[in-house]
Design a protein around this ligand. Structure first.
Ligand code: C5P
Length: 205
């Protein structure tokens, strides 16, 4: 069984994806980490994330830092979004994701283009959304817990900029696959969102 979970930042897709992988005992790949690793590599080496050759070069070294907690920061998320517009970067990272998705025994991947590009043949595709102000409030709360200082309006502006970039790029834009099941987590607790996702998968089995 291949399960594809896509959606914008702070929609809850990461938590839902991990919970589904655990529930169905599937190997899990957070594909955003691959793009984050490329963004981080650029930051370290002083390249330009908007310059395709610099970003493509950074892909060669991205593997070595996939586990680094620093990849989770907002700054790296923004860089990941910028490098991810380049077709050379997407091509360099795609093979690994396609292979992961199609391993024997199935897999669960979360990202932006899993249901549309990486595994259009997925058995279940879930597109997780929530209104931008709700996503910003969640991110704000999360950052507050980690002692990171940022105003709600700054976070909302960042989230909206990232949405626009992810949805408007020509190569593999963020959008639901035609056969994706939509899950709006705006009014749901995380526990309820996970239960709703399991119910969607069960409907498809
Ligand atoms: O999911 P996460 O926030 O970690 O992703 C960081 C960025 O990487 C996204 O904003 C998006 O631009 C990019 N990305 C992508 N395709 C994926 C996963 C992430 O373009 N499959």
């Amino acid at each position: 069984m291949i399960i594809a979970v896509d959606g914008p930042t702070a929609s809850g897709k990461g938590t839902i994806a991990k919970a589904l992988a655990l529930h169905y005992d599937l190997p899990f790949l957070d594909t955003g980490l691959l793009y984050r690793a490329v963004g981080y590599q650029i930051l370290q080496n002083g390249g330009d994330p908007d310059h395709a050759p610099d970003a493509a070069k950074a892909c060669e070294f991205a593997d070595s830092i996939l586990d680094d907690p620093i990849l989770r920061s907002e700054e790296i998320g923004g860089l990941a979004s910028r490098v991810s517009v380049h077709p050379q970067v997407r091509a360099a990272l795609n093979r690994r994701q396609v292979d992961f998705a199609h391993q024997i025994g199935g897999a669960l991947l979360d990202g932006r283009d899993i249901g549309t590009v990486i595994a259009p043949d997925a058995d279940v595709k879930i597109f997780v959304t929530a209104p931008a102000p709700i996503r910003a409030a969640r991110r704000h709360e999360e950052m507050r817990k980690y002692g990171i200082d940022a105003t709600l309006s700054e976070i909302l502006a960042d989230i909206e900029a990232r949405d626009v970039r992810d949805m408007s790029r020509t190569d593999s834009p963020l959008k639901p696959a035609k056969d994706a099941l939509l899950l709006d987590t705006g009014d749901l607790t995380i526990g309820d969102a996970v239960q709703a996702a399991i119910a969607l998968v069960e409907r498809k089995l």
